[in-house]
Ligand binder design. Sequence first.
Ligand code: C5P
Length: 306
Amino acid sequence: VGAFFCPDTIHPMKIERQSPCKINLLLNVIRRRDDGFHELETLLHPVALCDDLEFMATAAGIQIECSHPGLKSDESNLIFRAARSFLETAEIDSGVYVRHEKRIPLAGGLAGGSANAAHTLRGLNELFDHPLNDRQLHEIAAAHGSDINFFLQDSPALATGRGENIVPCGPLPALAGKGLLLIHPGFGIPTPWTFRELADYPDALTGDAAKGEALVKHLQQADLQPEPNLLYNSLEAPVLPKYPLLRIFQEFLTARGAIVAMMSGSGSTTYALTDSPASAAALKDEFVGRFGPGCWLHALPLSSPQ
Ligand code: C5P
């Protein structure tokens, strides 16, 4: 049991799931909507940096044990909310115990919490023998956030609306064999702040639609080249002036050979795409040599977890 307590389970079955994260290869904001959300199109790519989740059925209640002291186990936790909606929708009387080993940085633009919610829905659906269909899972996902639906499937995908409409885009040959370096600067950026600040950057708030499809076509055919028109993130407009360190990171990474260096989601994580996993690892060492050990860094292959 280790540091975790022993739940009062009513069934010996335990479901284990790996909960990955994502980067945005494009995040194109199209307009602010009347409901306060922003219409966007974004190309999401799964990243095989994963939290671990374990699920067991209990007599009653929702208990969550998390390795990260900063994450509460109450209603503020997306795992809790997803589990409660699942049990209510499936009309299940028993409770659940969730053990959560957290590795993905918080408030980093990597959607670790959204992935946790999606994989809670998938894990509980498996644990209770599939009482909910895909449409029901997607409805619950969309009710709890804009990034959750993407993680109900495992492929790179184009997301539209506020991010909840997902179209998987199949293999992207231009990305085959590439490396990825993730850099979290040690501070998070609240997503609502980033979107609110967009109001001061009209150009970034009114992107032309259909850039996502153009990028998917590009990645299905060509070698990956720096394409400022195709690979960009509208949310950098408010974030980079406030956190110029992130711009300095991007300049360093591209000067050292990254194909692209961009912010993921609403920040604060910067990512670099490189020619190979080995060059991502080498870039990580160069980054630490230049900026010191203060940032969280992770180099890995850019492959889709299948
Ligand atoms: O949906 P999610 O919980 O991820 O969004 C967090 C916040 O980010 C929202 O409350 C909203 O302020 C902002 N947001 C937005 N437009 C989107 C997605 C998020 O304005 N498409």
